[in-house]
Design a protein around this ligand. Structure first.
Ligand code: HEC
Length: 174
């Protein structure tokens, strides 16, 4: 063991592009016993007020992750579209409410995060199955789902809008 090839702390590496064998910590890593349970990113609220923004960079990969987690953990009850039409009510469970109501469109993201973390009425909590970062990803995806049912033409980027409103040249439906 003394002589076997191994990395020593702060040594050099030809394998990694930056030449260092000590790697930066992945995002979200928390040292053992150092989880700050009062951190708003973990509670969804700051001083008792739900966060109005999602404390994660919102990009396509976050939404893709959110969709993936939503389809696994939420869709059995809420349905893939969030309309409450999941499989489980066919087996006798409550029909969950649709997520496309004015009230749920307007609740702050921190509120939805808190519902996922702690459960809500008949809905169980998912804090142990879904880590905090993924819970925020789900919140972001729910916002996208909600927008998909409530978007106006002005929500479509300019270029795509022109494409949609211009009559297609031949072939398509008239
Ligand atoms: C086992 C079925 C089930 C699963 C899985 C489930 N829910 Fe629910 N959810 C419900 C039910 C039932 C309600 C309504 C509860 C009630 O009114 O007592 C609800 C309510 C909600 C509400 C509305 C809360 C409010 O203020 O009205 C939100 C938001 C929600 N769920 C999000 C989620 C998300 C996100 C997931 C996935 C992480 C999820 N749910 C997974 C059954 C489920």
């Amino acid at each position: 063991m003394q002589d076997m090839p191994k990395y020593k702390p702060l040594g050099a590496s030809r394998f990694f592009a930056d030449g260092r064998n000590s790697r930066p910590l992945p995002r979200g890593v928390i040292a053992r016993d150092e989880l700050d349970e009062q951190d708003p990113a973990h509670t969804g609220a700051k001083s008792g007020v739900f966060l109005e923004t999602i404390p994660e960079p919102i990009d396509e990969s976050l939404l893709a992750r959110g969709r993936d987690r939503f389809d696994i953990y939420c869709s059995p009850c809420h349905g893939r579209l969030g309309d409450g039409n999941g499989m489980i009510h066919q087996r006798g469970f409550w029909i969950p409410p649709t997520l496309h109501t004015d009230r749920l469109r307007n609740v702050p993201p921190g509120y939805i995060f808190q519902v996922i973390s702690n459960g809500y009425g008949a809905m169980p909590d998912y804090r142990n199955q879904v880590n905090a970062q993924d819970r925020w990803a789900i919140v972001a995806y729910i916002r996208a789902l909600q927008l998909s049912r409530h978007a106006t033409v002005n929500d479509i980027p300019e270029a795509a809008r022109t494409q949609l409103t211009q009559p297609s040249s031949g072939g398509g439906a008239k």
